[in-house]
Design a protein around this ligand. Structure first.
Ligand SMILES: *Cc1c(COP(=O)(O)O)cnc(C)c1O
Ligand code: SF4
Length: 376
């Protein structure tokens, strides 16, 4: 790629005056928000904003709404610090951990769940990274690590490779994952050199952060193609954001474009309760409506899992539209398809003693045709 990512990154807008009064922003109004959470808009992403209006701009331009106060939210809504046995490593699930390897990102998203560390120096160091790697080495139950931050692709090639190499020296670690917004926000960072490094550490997966179809530019597609050609299975993560992608058609287009760029939609996140981000939050019903609009209406490959990351460290919980299963008993399951047509699927014939076991189940059995299964 012709442009050097370092130049694009160096030319980031970080001060109000760097935006030159564009996008209808009042520098005075932005100041408080930037003090609370820094601004970074690299010049590749800034150029997209000029062309495309504000679905991208709203993700990165500081607004006074962030510092209004009054929302009851907190800095660490997922209680990650409480699940950190060593600094910058979160061990929440039985067999996998999340390791934060930088606080840098190609852009700073105003709705970020990790605003508490993003863009702040002195939190991640080579020493904390080594502590994290040692923790994984000492815990044989860990078979999967997610490198995150911040954006791991903001590290220098040599540093990233050192981390990957030390992880790969751990016998029980099967899978390495990298979470990154780089392909959609600074695609020039995906160089042949980087891909040559990454492909040496398979099985390596990447989950890419994309929120709007306009982020999937020819450059972004090229970056995805290079990563996919390096043998890296690509998934995506999207945050449901009010006024940006909370529209079923916009979301469908995003998922279809991702799939066409060889990225398999993985998670759609309900927004977390991060302080100063209330104005981005939608209702869960909005999310369910979007899922109904995707399921059956477009490629199943393009349908992500919709999840709530439960407050206080409950972890990710899938949220499915309740209307597909209307009822279930020993004889049949009654389902409704995407066209609202109802079908019955007969159960396997069950012997009487098994029905006994079934009825001892403390889960309440929904009544067939006895009203909605869901509780809303
Ligand atoms: C999201 C997350 C993971 C990975 O979850 P998967 O469902 O396996 O993708 C692991 N650890 C933490 C702390 C997470 O937030
Ligand atoms: S790129 Fe990811 S980690 Fe960085 S600010 Fe955006 S959401 Fe947060």
């Amino acid at each position: 790629m012709e442009k050097d990512w370092r130049t694009l990154f160096r030319d980031s807008a970080v001060r109000p005056e760097d935006l030159h009064g564009q996008f209808n922003v009042d520098p005075e109004e932005m100041k408080g928000a930037i003090e609370a959470f820094p601004m970074r808009i690299n010049s590749y992403f800034a150029d997209l904003m000029k062309e495309k209006g504000d679905s991208l701009a709203r993700q990165v331009i500081p607004s006074a709404e962030e510092v209004q106060g009054g929302d009851p939210y907190v800095d660490d809504p997922l209680a990650e610090e409480a699940d950190s046995p060593v600094p910058n490593l979160v061990h929440r699930y039985p067999d996998r951990v999340l390791l934060m390897v930088t606080t840098q990102c190609p852009i700073y998203c105003r709705f970020c769940t990790r605003k508490r560390i993003i863009g702040r120096p002195g939190i991640v160091s080579m020493e904390t990274i080594h502590q994290g790697v040692d923790y994984i080495r000492n815990h044989e139950e860990i078979r999967d690590v997610i490198l995150s931050g911040g954006d791991p692709l903001m590290l220098k090639d040599a540093v990233l490779e050192e981390i990957l190499k030390s992880l790969r020296s751990i016998r029980h670690l099967e899978v390495i994952r990298i979470g990154s917004r780089v392909p959609g926000a600074l695609p020039h960072r995906v160089t042949p050199e980087l891909c040559a490094i990454l492909r040496r550490y398979h099985p390596l997966y990447m989950n890419l952060h994309f929120n709007h179809p306009d982020e999937i530019t020819p450059e972004a597609r090229k970056a995805c193609e290079m990563l996919a050609d390096a043998g890296i299975p690509l998934g995506s993560q999207t945050v449901l954001l009010k006024g940006i992608n909370d529209d079923p058609e916009v979301m469908k287009r995003l998922m279809q474009k991702l799939l066409a760029a060889r990225v398999k939609p993985y998670y759609l996140y309900q927004a977390d309760l991060v302080s100063g981000t209330d104005h981005f939050r939608t209702t869960v019903e909005d999310g369910l409506e979007i899922m109904r609009h995707l399921q059956g209406h477009t490629s199943g490959m393009a349908v992500p899992k919709y999840v709530i990351d439960a407050p206080n460290g409950g972890g990710k919980v899938p949220i499915n539209p309740p209307d597909f299963v209307i009822g279930m008993n020993e004889k049949e399951v009654v389902v409704k398809n995407y066209e609202n047509k109802v079908y019955s699927y007969p159960q396997v014939l069950i012997r009487p003693e098994e029905i006994q076991v079934h009825s001892k189940n403390d889960r309440p059995e929904p009544e067939l045709n006895g009203g909605p299964v869901s509780s809303h």
